[in-house]
Write a new protein. Structure first.
Length: 162
């Protein structure tokens, strides 16, 4: 099956363009590929000028979005996981996604103001909590379970027994 792509497609009520702009402002190497807007009368005058489809890239990965009205809502059943290397990256993304009405959750999970769930996960975290040394991994897991935004230094210190 050559040339098959799987692309996340995000359904917004009426603020897809605002969401796309926020996401592109937070992630490096991001761009708007294309945007098409509803015409004046289809499907209704209230949708005129809203996003029919937007194609955008976040750090080179393609996403799509649309405004489709309030018929569906985002849930925690699906999230976008972002793997990062540094605390600075964790802080930048976490703060940007939770600003202006977003919400913090636990263990690296948060929601943006549009209701999209995100996981901001340092690449070292799965290695530490999955370590074959069960005592070290348990300490790292216990530290993570107390956090909203992940604190890399605290998890590393717990893993190291400090």
């Amino acid at each position: 099956m050559p040339n098959i792509n799987v692309t996340p497609f995000l359904w917004f009520n009426d603020n897809a363009e605002e969401a796309v702009n926020l996401y592109m402002s937070l992630f490096p190497n991001s761009k708007l590929v294309s945007i098409a807007k509803y015409p004046d009368t289809f499907p209704s005058p209230s949708m005129a000028g809203k996003v029919l489809t937007a194609v955008f890239e976040l750090n080179g990965r393609e996403f799509r979005a649309m405004d489709a009205g309030p018929h569906a809502e985002f849930t925690d059943a699906i999230s976008l996981q972002v793997d990062v290397d540094t605390q600075e990256e964790v802080d930048h993304l976490w703060n940007g996604l939770t600003a202006n009405g977003g919400a913090e959750s636990r263990c690296g999970w948060c929601k943006d103001k549009f209701g999209v769930s995100w996981q901001i996960i340092p690449r070292m975290l799965p290695k530490l909590i999955g370590d074959s040394d069960r005592e070290k991994s348990a300490r790292a897991m216990a530290a993570m379970m107390t956090m909203g935004k992940i604190d890399i230094a605290k998890i590393q210190a717990a893993y190291d027994g400090q």
